[in-house]
Design a protein around this ligand. Sequence first.
Ligand SMILES: [Mg+2]
Length: 269
Amino acid sequence: MTNAMKFMFCVTLISAVSACTSQDKQADQRLADQSTMAVNWMQQSGEYQAIALQTFKFATSAFQQAASKGVHSPAVIVDLDETMIDNSAYQAWAAQQQVPFTDATWSQWTHAKQALAIPGAVDFARYIDSHGGTIFYVSNRAEQDRQVTADNLRTLGFPSVSAETLLLNTSSSNKQARFDSIGARGYQVVVYVGDNLNDFGQATWHKDNVQRREFVAQHREKFGTEFFLLPNPSYGDWESGLSQNYTKMSPSAKLQVREQALRVWRKMP
Ligand SMILES: [Mg+2]
């Protein structure tokens, strides 16, 4: 290969790499843009607030029913993010900046301790806590965020936040081992509240959306009696459930997966 040929090869390679990078950046911006409406809905709509209130009302009734049957040491397991606390300002920041989620910016957000309470969440936790129940906050926030998370929860008025009740992600995002540890301590879990099917056990962990929907169909009698779900159109394992290896895909490939997952009206010409 002559020097001139080598030079041209390098120029072509650099152009190809920079075209790829710019394409990925544009795709990242489009991905971030797509969450704007979801965040608008969660932050602005009365409908979101009403759903949250009714979810906690029904969850309270389910707890009361279990307590009235004389369940010994009744416990309630709740998730934190987008279940008890609202991180939509972080999602809004990412949408506005057109940047993807990263551990670094998430950590900055959690350390700012600016999460708000989801409507009805504090009253629900206080009710359980003051009526013979124990509330366990089982979250996949990282262990290094324990202090800032506890501070944020206490400032918002959540009760009984302690080393025993705040169970964070120490080794796996699969929450089943933490749920089992609560049962092993003699508690009977009567209600679960979450915004992700994975908040109800390991059955849906790392599963695609077909399997996740099957789980819902198979356990339909538990929804509204033992499992209580808050809506989260902004993020969740339903997104990675769109395709295998979704989280490892390039931004352009993710965009394509999202578009291909749409069930589209076949309009006649
Ligand atoms: Mg959550």
